[in-house]
Design a protein around this ligand. Structure first.
Ligand SMILES: [Zn+2]
Length: 341
């Protein structure tokens, strides 16, 4: 099969990879219908994470081709959506709704690499969710978004306790930030403030439900949020960037007793303990347990209630993945969908 290999930082190639096969009785092999490039794929691309002939990709939708002898929830021919973390969905951690911390958790990005024609999915019963039927071509991008960016934005909005009567501030206008705006809207937030300086992303944020746009950053951004909330700060703040400035902006924008949901991967962020202490806020973050939300998200997409697929603004064939990485690295694209066939 064909698949993306990152030889080293900045060097992405599409090459022949061995076809995956069933290894464990709990595995499934799927043929991908579409895959995509994530903002987090840019970390190795930019040399922030090491890359040495690394398989790439962790978002996926496709059709089950083969199952192991113990798989019962999905069958060959089923169209499925999976999370970017493998989970058994039965252990205590999964049952509590934190499938990304499953005792059998495995990051799809590191070992499986779904920027490819096929993938072996361990713990298929716990990881994959089948759709009610064969999706239309228009539904594919939306279902693919559910695999990570929508599920992650949703988790951040839930962590921030976005809901009726709440003012929600979203720090970050990348794909996850935009999906968090969508989630906050669906969860019934009264006011949604998107922090963005990018005109096209501001427009998309408004499409997904943002009521206000704030262009200021850092302390000025915090002040602007306070000005918009009677000096109190937002009830709910979502951090979807992961830099020092964005994280402290998110902490500062959260009102006392409010909730911060943080999903930007914050490699180099140093949080001064005393600032977090005196902020007096609830925080919940980490790799999103997308699997918890997948059944509901698939329903919302199936019923046409949400349209997360608009977050993809560039579509390329898998063979042109290198151009997709360049476009995202240069911020010419928010999120790149890769088609197969
Ligand atoms: Zn588990």
């Amino acid at each position: 099969m064909r698949g993306v290999i990152m030889h080293t930082a900045g060097d992405v190639r599409v090459e022949d990879r061995a076809d995956p096969t069933i290894i464990e009785p709990t595995d499934a092999v799927i043929r991908l219908t579409a895959t995509c490039i994530c903002g987090s794929d840019l970390w190795p691309y930019r040399g922030i994470e090491p890359a040495d002939h690394q398989v790439m990709g962790h978002e996926y939708v496709g059709v089950v081709e083969e199952i192991g002898s113990e798989v019962t929830n999905v069958a060959p021919g089923d169209f499925v959506v999976g999370s970017f973390v493998i989970s058994d969905n039965t252990c205590e951690i999964c049952q509590a709704g934190f499938q990304s911390k499953c005792v059998h958790a495995e990051f799809v990005a590191q070992t499986i690499g779904t920027q490819a024609e096929k993938a072996r999915i361990p713990y298929a019963d716990g990881t994959l969710v089948k759709t009610p039927g064969e999706p239309s071509p228009e539904q594919i991008p939306a279902l693919l978004a559910a695999s990570d960016v929508l599920g992650t934005g949703w988790y951040a909005a839930v962590g921030a306790e976005a809901g009726p009567g709440k003012t929600v501030a979203v720090v970050g206008d990348g794909a996850v930030g935009l999906m968090a705006v969508l989630a906050a809207r669906q969860l019934g937030a009264e006011r949604i403030i998107a922090m963005s300086r990018h005109p096209q992303r501001q427009e998309l944020a408004r499409y997904y439900g943002a009521t206000d746009i704030v262009e200021e950053r850092g302390d000025a951004g915090v002040q602007r949020i306070k000005d918009l909330t009677n000096g109190l700060g937002a009830h709910s703040v979502i951090e979807a960037v992961g830099t020092q400035e964005s994280f402290m902006q998110a902490v500062g924008a959260t009102r006392g007793g409010g909730h911060l949901g943080y999903v930007g991967v914050n490699y180099d962020v140093q949080i001064p303990g005393i600032e977090l202490f005196f902020a007096g806020i609830h925080t919940l973050g980490g790799p999103a347990p997308v699997r918890r939300f997948l059944p509901d998200l698939i329903d919302l997409i199936w019923n046409g209630a949400i349209d997360p697929g608009k977050v993809f603004d560039l579509t390329l064939p898998l063979e042109e993945a290198a151009e997709g990485y360049r476009a995202m690295d240069e911020r010419r694209a928010t999120k790149v969908l890769l088609t197969l066939e």
